[in-house]
Write a protein that binds this ligand. Structure first.
Ligand code: AMP
Length: 502
C-alpha cells in the first residue's frame, strides 16, 4: 500500500524550508504545503468529495492550484486538471464524461459553466489567477490538520485527458503508484536533491509541469521558482537563482534567440531537461555551443509518465531520447502484427512498467485495443533503437507518410531541413496526392532575417534523400502552429495544405 502523499511527506525536508517562491517574492514553505493542502482537503471533504471522486479543475497556474492538487490526493480524490485554453463547450464534454463531485474554475467562467456543473451534480467553486475565490474562502476557514485517506497502489490519483488530436479525447487514469514510481525513478536518474532550485515555467494542467516537474521536486525535497508561464525576460532574470530547469523545446529556442542568454548566465546550472516534443539536433548543438551544457532530452506521455531519458552522466545524444528508464520495459514492434523487431528497425514503441497508466476512463474497449496481451502499451510513437541502445522517435504513427507505397518518416526529412542555413524549424506532412496516395510536403519557418526560398530548399535536399522522401512542395512560413506544450499541430498543417496536389 502506497500513498503518493505519504511518500512526499516521508521525503519532506525541514518544514521551514522554502518549497516554492513566486515571481513577486511570495514564499510557501514545506510547513505551508502541509497546512494549506490540509485546509483544501478539508474544504473538499466539506463540500462532499469522497474517496474516488473526481475533482475537475480549470484554473490559472497558482500555488493554490498546486495545493488543490495535493489536497485532492490526500482526500483520496482523483485530480482532473483541464487546459486553461479549453472553452466552456469543451469543458462540458470533459465534465459530462468524468462526472466530478467538484468543478473548480476561474470566476470569469463560473456563469458559463453553471449549467454543466448542475447537470452532473458537481459543486461549482472558483479560484482566480491571484489564488482567490470561493474555494480559497472555504479553505481559509478550514482546519490545517487533515488525516490522509488511505489508498492502495492501484487507486487513482489523477485523470488527465489526452490532447485528442485524433478522435475523442480520452481520460488517462493514473494511480498513486504510477505517479510515485516515476517520481522516485526520476529523482535518482536525474540526481535531484534538496539543494535543487527548479525553474518552473510549465503549465500545471499537463503531465510535464504537474508530475515530472512538481512530483520530482517534492520527492527530492527541493525548491522551485514558480512562474505563471514562460516569459523570456522573467526566465532570464531568474536563471541565476536556479540549479535546474525543465522545458519544452520552444523554451530553449526562445532562450537561444536572446543575446542575454550567455554562458556566464547559466554556468552554475546543473541541468536543463527537454521533453513533450522533439528537440532538434540543431537546437541541441546550438545550446551546447552557447552554454557548454548539453540539454538532457527525455520522452514520455500522459498515459505512461516518463519512459526514456538521456543519461545524467554519459553522452546525451542529440536527436535521441536516451535509454529506457530503470524498471521500464521498452520494445520496438511491427505496428500491425505486434511482433518485436530486430534492433535498428523502425516500428511502434511499446512500453510496460509501474509507470504505465490503468487505462482510459470508461473506455474499456479503447484501453484493450492499445495494450498487447502481455501487458505492453502501444504508444503510437514510431521509433528505433540504435546500436548503443539509444531510442529515437521518428514521429507519431498517424503522422507517418506513405507515398507511392513507401514509408516516409517525417523526422528524417525534418532533421535534414533543420540543417539548412536559415531554417529555424520545420514540419513534414503527407497530404492527398492523386498518383502517390500521399505527397510529402515540407513547411519551413525561417530564422529572423534569413532569405529562404522553396527552390533552394528543394535543391539542398536533392542529393541527401531518396526521391520518394523529397518534399514535392515546400512552404516557407513565419512560424509553425504549436499548442501550449510546444507540439507542432500537424493536423492543422494537413488541413491548410490538403489541396497542394488536388
Ligand atoms: P502528451 O501526452 O501530451 O505528453 O504527449 C505525448 C507525446 O509527445 C508522445 O507520445 C510523443 O509523441 C511526444 N513526445 C514527448 N516527448 C518527446 C520527445 N522528447 N521527442 C519527441 N516526441 C516527444
Amino acid at each position: 500500500m502506497n500513498h503518493l502523499f505519504s511518500e512526499i511527506r516521508a521525503n519532506m525536508p525541514d518544514t521551514g524550508k522554502v518549497f516554492l517562491e513566486t515571481q513577486d517574492g511570495r514564499q510557501i514553505s514545506y510547513g505551508d504545503v502541509l497546512a494549506l493542502s490540509a485546509r483544501y482537503a478539508n474544504a473538499l471533504t466539506d463540500i462532499g468529495v469522497s474517496p474516488g471522486d473526481r475533482v475537475a479543475v480549470q484554473v490559472e497556474k497558482t500555488p493554490e492550484a498546486l495545493m488543490l492538487y495535493l489536497a485532492t490526493v490526500r482526500a483520496g480524490g482523483i485530480f482532473l486538471p483541464l487546459n486553461t485554453a479549453y472553452t466552456p463547450a469543451e469543458i462540458d464534454y470533459f465534465v459530462t464524461d468524468a462526472e466530478p463531485a467538484v468543478l473548480v474554475c476561474d470566476p470569469a467562467k463560473a456563469d458559463a459553466l453553471a449549467a454543466t456543473a448542475q447537470k452532473v451534480g458537481a459543486s461549482l467553486q472558483t479560484l482566480d489567477a491571484a489564488g482567490e475565490g470561493s474555494l480559497r474562502t472555504l479553505a481559509d476557514g478550514a482546519s490545517s490538520q487533515f488525516e490522509d485517506v488511505a489508498r492502495e497502489d492501484t487507486d487513482l490519483a489523477a485523470i488527465l485527458y489526452t490532447s485528442g488530436t485524433t478522435g475523442r479525447s480520452k481520460g488517462a487514469m493514473l494511480s498513486h503508484e504510477n505517479l510515485a514510481s516515476n517520481a522516485r525513478t526520476l529523482v535518482k536518474y536525474w540526481q535531484f536533491t534538496g539543494d535543487d532550485v527548479l525553474l518552473h515555467a510549465l503549465p500545471i494542467f499537463h503531465t510535464h509541469g504537474l508530475f515530472v516537474a512538481t512530483n520530482t521536486l517534492l520527492f527530492a525535497g527541493g525548491s522551485m521558482l514558480f512562474l505563471p508561464k514562460f516569459d523570456l525576460d522573467a526566465v532570464l532574470k531568474l536563471l541565476p537563482k536556479a540549479t535546474s530547469m525543465m522545458g519544452v523545446p520552444t523554451f530553449y529556442i526562445r532562450l537561444l534567440g536572446s543575446n542575454a542568454f550567455t554562458r556566464d548566465l547559466v554556468s552554475h546550472m546543473r541541468l536543463f531537461i527537454s521533453g513533450s516534443a522533439p528537440l532538434s539536433a540543431e537546437v541541441h548543438k546550438e545550446f551546447s555551443e552557447r552554454t557548454g551544457l548539453a540539454i538532457l532530452e527525455r520522452y514520455g506521455m500522459t498515459e505512461t509518465n516518463m519512459n526514456t531519458s538521456n543519461p545524467y552522466d554519459g553522452e546525451r545524444r542529440a536527436g535521441t531520447v536516451g535509454f529506457p528508464l530503470p524498471g521500464v520495459g521498452l520494445r520496438i514492434a511491427d505496428p500491425t502484427t505486434g511482433r518485436e523487431l530486430p534492433q535498428g528497425e523502425v516500428g511502434v514503441i511499446e512500453v510496460k512498467g509501474p509507470n504505465v497508466f490503468q487505462g482510459y476512463w470508461r473506455m474499456p474497449e479503447k484501453t484493450a485495443e492499445e495494450f498487447r496481451t502481455d501487458g505492453y502499451f502501444v504508444t503510437g510513437d514510431m521509433g528505433r533503437i540504435d546500436e548503443r541502445g539509444y531510442v529515437s522517435i521518428v514521429g507519431r504513427s498517424k503522422d507517418l507518410i506513405i507515398s507511392g507505397g513507401f514509408n516516409v518518416y517525417p523526422a528524417e526529412v525534418e532533421a535534414l531541413l533543420d540543417e539548412i542555413p536559415g531554417v529555424a524549424e520545420s514540419a513534414v506532412i503527407g497530404v492527398p496526392h492523386p498518383d502517390f496516395g500521399e505527397g510529402v510536403v515540407a513547411v519551413v519557418a525561417a530564422r529572423p532575417g534569413a532569405d529562404l526560398d522553396a527552390g533552394g530548399i528543394t535543391v539542398a535536399l536533392s542529393d541527401k534523400l531518396a526521391r520518394f522522401k523529397q518534399p514535392k512542395e515546400v512552404h516557407i512560413v513565419e512560424a509553425l502552429p504549436r499548442n501550449t506544450m510546444g507540439k507542432i499541430q500537424k493536423n492543422a498543417l494537413r488541413e491548410t495544405y490538403k489541396g497542394d496536389f488536388g
